[in-house]
Design a protein around this ligand. Structure first.
Ligand code: ZN
Length: 224
């Protein structure tokens, strides 16, 4: 990520003040070269982002969660590949008013429009079904059909508790996970820049032009 360090920090700076619903699209545009990521179905967008970040942060996801049954700590481990499985199936048809209506996957544009509405999940279902007004039950049906067709829209990871044997299912927020990785990487880069600038008087731009291995080597020398 030599040439990528500057690009990466610029992407982070740009995405940081944005609402979470927009950040994923910004990262994909700036780091993945995607022309109009706001128009991509969310599942497609997140698959491309996960691929991009598997290269940066590794394909392994790990964390600690609490057992629903005994409250014990459970180590949760998953791989990006596990999340990527189950690609979207099409077309999706939902029966509304006795009519089979084709439903499309939501995009970033849809999500941003829906979060501004009084009932975001109903609005999102209406946008995906191309219908002006859906009843609560119909909106739920549309939501369920979308989730069934693409598990990445709401990934679930099932874990068995080593203490009591109970199974707990955790939801996994792809956007929040990726953003945390981006923040970690940005803080790491900024800390490198800060330490090298203090030690050698180089500018941010000079430091970012150094290959990663040379930055690390100079950091070791400056600490010796
Ligand atoms: Zn347990």
């Amino acid at each position: 990520m030599t040439d990528g360090a500057r690009l990466f920090l610029d992407a982070w700076t740009h995405a940081r003040p944005q609402p979470p619903a927009r950040r994923a699209a910004t990262l994909l545009a700036r780091l993945g070269g995607e022309a109009e990521p706001e128009r991509l179905p969310i599942g497609v967008r997140d698959r491309r982002l996960l691929e991009l970040f598997a290269g940066m942060a590794g394909a392994h996801l790990a964390g600690v969660a609490e057992c629903d049954s005994c409250g014990g700590a459970i180590e949760v481990a998953a791989s990006v590949d596990m999340l990527m499985s189950g690609p979207p199936t099409a077309p999706i048809l939902v029966e509304i008013d006795g009519e089979r209506v084709p439903v499309r996957f939501p995009t970033t544009h849809d999500v941003l429009a829906a979060v501004a509405a009084p009932d975001p999940s109903r609005r999102l279902a209406e946008l995906c079904a191309g219908k002006g007004e859906l009843g609560a039950g119909e909106a739920e049906q549309v939501g369920a059909a979308l989730l069934a067709a693409d598990p990445l829209l709401d990934p679930q990871i099932a874990v068995t508790c080593p203490d009591c044997g109970a199974e707990t299912v955790f939801g996994f927020d792809v956007g929040a996970f990726l953003w945390a990785k981006v923040e970690d990487r940005a803080r790491h880069l900024l800390s490198q820049i800060h330490r090298l600038a203090c030690a050698y008087g180089w500018t941010e731009s000079e430091i970012l032009k150094l290959p990663e291995a040379r930055r690390a080597a100079y950091l070791e020398l400056s600490a010796a």
